[in-house]
Design a protein around this ligand. Structure first.
Ligand code: ARG
Length: 685
């Protein structure tokens, strides 16, 4: 049910009438903006909702803010929704929902036995909870996860995967048609690395026994060789740079000494700053050199590695050549690629399996390869590309650099594939909106891509880059292993589950009636709790900020965590066990939710706002708003539940049924909300 949208729709005619009375017409933007300023009240003392548009509208309307508020209120028809409408301060309109309305909404949500499928192809039905369908359902393509395969999935892949999955589910729940597509990087340089590595460093036995781990060993080995070769090449340059940097420190020091002997304090300060900066630069370079030297020394001790460094000194060029051969259709390379790819799929499927993430389509970059030549030819025929420096380019007024669609050597680029992808998706699916859930480093790319799409006349589609920040370690630097490698996603899941097992074990052992779970049960609960913690830890962050990875915080029982929500869910279920009743049995009785005190009213108000919270998520694609909602709801519930005047069991039968219904609606709301974040619940914890 939409509460906020209903209230806003009542305000719309009152606002329009006000503009007319001042001989003006409200522009659609003005109206949307003003209605957007009707929001849930920050402080429940003032009511349930507050409208703050009187101030910004006063001037354009030629009225005083209180007058704006008074006139709107006088024209409002809100009787069936609100019991109190008052004006406070300089024109804030405060609304309190009528208890009758609140009750009817809560009963409708609780009595709704319907379910909505939010997973792929009609899977994963969740409780509908009185949902109202959107006025204009859209078809929305969500491009998410999209890892570059042939290398193990790492921590960098988690954000796109969980944010995209959650957004897809929220869109589906709210009645949109969603098509998810995993736009795999299955055609890039990493395959040149694997192909070259497979031929030169592959071990047939190991490959036969465990292809995926052998492939990932090969990938890592080639990566390492390439890094070392790069260091060998760059080290002399860096060392030379160091000489210059030291000289600069000395120069700056002399300048500082000269400045200090003068009387100009500002000059001294500036000179000191320069000297410090020079020192810092010098130190950083020194550190880089030392680290590289150490790595090279270590490598030198490894005989095979040293030999490979000599024998494959042109590795970089060779890898590029293998990639080009693959793209040009070289039979041996294509065959090898076809042989390797299914193993790469197995590898990432295993991770998706543990995360319960599914896609409607897996149309990776390779899928578009044959379309790239014709695409560029078509652009040429339509006069949309221009040759610059031998490359085929699309120039746009608002961008200093063009989008290159084909390089001088004939190679196509990431952007070319994305244009072909747009073309395919529009023809195949005719979407209204396309969401690209990709990290913020690709912002430029998407900005340009969307501009080019508009320029090429690719339909009236809403293109959105849902970007996100980097995953940081506890030290505030990009999350790496102690050895400085990227953190593998599978290991991360294992660690989260291990951490969760500690929490589950502690909880179980602390039970008054003694532990109730077998080791097996504990492990399966820990899997749900650990995966949930990992996802929620990410989803509860504002997606655009970098986010600090902290295992302990993630599984805390007393914060904004999945663990807290899952635990609360299990406790609410426990109430039913103690009542000797199942939720289904309760649903079959003539129960009705009553509002008998303020704490009870506050929980019910939170509960009926579920859909409002979800719509808020889609305004700017922010799953963290759903997390916040669930967290606040749970806190509200726990203060209700802990109050002596809100006892659920042992009160008179009608009241007990009412309170059990509130508990049941609470449990289903948490379960559904978590499901929309891609997180499961457990009945007991
Ligand atoms: N494979 C790319 C990467 O790992 C992300 C692809 C995102 N989707 C797209 N249509 N460009 O950086």
């Amino acid at each position: 049910m939409q509460i906020l949208a209903q209230i806003r729709s009542r305000f719309a005619p009152a606002l329009q009438a006000l503009f007319v009375s001042q001989n003006q017409t409200a522009t659609p933007e003005q109206l949307v903006q003003a209605l957007g300023m009707i929001r849930p009240a920050q402080n429940s003392q003032f009511g349930d909702y507050q409208a703050n548009f009187a101030m910004p509208l006063a001037k354009p309307l030629g009225l005083k803010p209180p007058e704006v508020a008074q006139r709107v209120v006088a024209a409002l028809d809100l009787q069936d929704l609100c019991s109190e409408i008052s004006i406070a301060g300089p024109g804030f309109i405060n609304l309190r929902l009528a208890d009758d309305f609140l009750r009817s909404q809560a009963n409708a949500a609780w009595g709704d036995a319907g379910r909505v499928a939010v997973g792929r192809g009609g899977s994963l039905p969740v409780a509908r909870l009185g949902l109202t369908e959107p006025v204009t359902p859209e078809r929305i393509v969500v491009d998410f996860s999209s890892p570059n395969v042939a290398k193990p999935m790492h921590v960098g892949h988690i954000r796109s995967t969980v944010i995209g999955d959650s957004l897809a589910k929220v869109c589906r729940f709210l009645g949109h048609e969603v098509i998810t597509d995993n736009h795999l990087g299955d055609w890039g340089t990493q395959f040149g690395m694997i192909i070259y590595g497979y031929r030169h460093f592959g071990q047939a036995d190991a490959y036969r026994a465990a292809p995926v781990s052998e492939l990932s060993r090969i990938y890592r080995y080639v990566r390492r060789l390439m890094d070392l070769l790069e260091k060998l090449r760059d080290l002399p340059k860096w060392e030379q740079g160091l000489v210059g940097a030291r000289q600069r420190v000395a120069d700056c020091q002399a300048e500082l000494a000269a400045a200090e002997s003068g009387a100009d304090k500002a000059a001294t300060k500036a000179a000191r700053k320069q000297w410090q900066d020079a020192q810092q630069q010098c130190e950083e370079l020194q550190q880089k050199i030392t680290a590289a030297q150490q790595q090279l020394r270590q490598a030198a001790q490894d005989e095979a590695l040293s030999r490979d460094l000599v024998e494959h000194a042109n590795l970089h060029e060779s890898v590029l050549a293998e990639t080009s051969k693959l793209h040009a259709g070289d039979e041996a390379n294509v065959q090898l690629w076809q042989e390797i790819l299914p193993h790469c799929h197995d590898e990432i499927e295993r991770v998706y399996g543990r995360l319960h993430v599914e896609f409607d389509h897996w149309l990776g970059e390779s899928f578009y390869h044959d379309a790239l030549g014709p695409l560029v030819a078509d652009l040429q025929a339509r006069g949309l590309v221009r040759v610059s420096d031998g490359a085929q380019c699309i120039f746009l007024d608002d961008f200093p650099a063009p989008m290159i669609v084909q390089k001088r050597d004939g190679a196509f680029l990431y952007a070319t594939t994305d244009l072909a992808t747009i073309d395919y998706r529009l023809k195949q699916w005719q979407p209204d909106r396309v969401l690209y859930v990709v990290d913020h480093r690709q912002s430029e790319h998407f900005l340009k891509l969307f501009a080019v799409a508009a320029h090429l006349g690719y339909g009236q589609v809403r293109w959105v880059h849902v970007s996100f920040g980097t995953v940081m370690g506890n030290d505030g630097k990009p999350f790496k292993t102690r050895e400085g490698d990227t953190v593998g996603l599978e290991g991360l899941i294992d660690d989260a589950v291990a951490k969760a097992l500690e929490v589950v074990t502690q909880l179980d052992e602390a039970k008054e009636t003694g532990p109730e779970f077998s080791p097996e049960q504990r492990r399966s609960i820990a899997e749900v709790v650990g995966v949930g913690a990992l996802k929620y830890g990410d989803l509860s962050q504002n997606r655009t900020s970098d986010y600090r990875f902290d295992f302990d915080q993630m599984v805390a029982l007393d914060g904004n965590t999945a663990t807290y929500l899952q635990y609360s869910f299990a406790r609410v279920r426990g109430i039913f066990a103690r009542a000797g009743l199942t939720p289904a049995e309760l649903q079959a009785t003539p129960a009705a939710i009553q509002l008998t005190n303020a704490a009870e009213r506050a929980v019910v108000l939170s509960l009926v706002r579920f859909q409002d919270a979800l719509e808020e998520v889609l305004v700017d694609y922010r799953p963290n708003l759903l997390c916040n909602y669930l967290f606040e709801l749970t806190q509200e519930f726990s203060s209700f539940y802990n109050r002596p005047d809100c006892r659920v069991l042992g009160v008179e039968p009608d009241l007990q049924r009412s309170r059990l219904a509130i508990c049941d609606l609470m449990a289903r709301t948490i379960e559904t909300g978590l499901a929309l974040l891609g997180i499961q619940v457990v009945e007991k914890m």
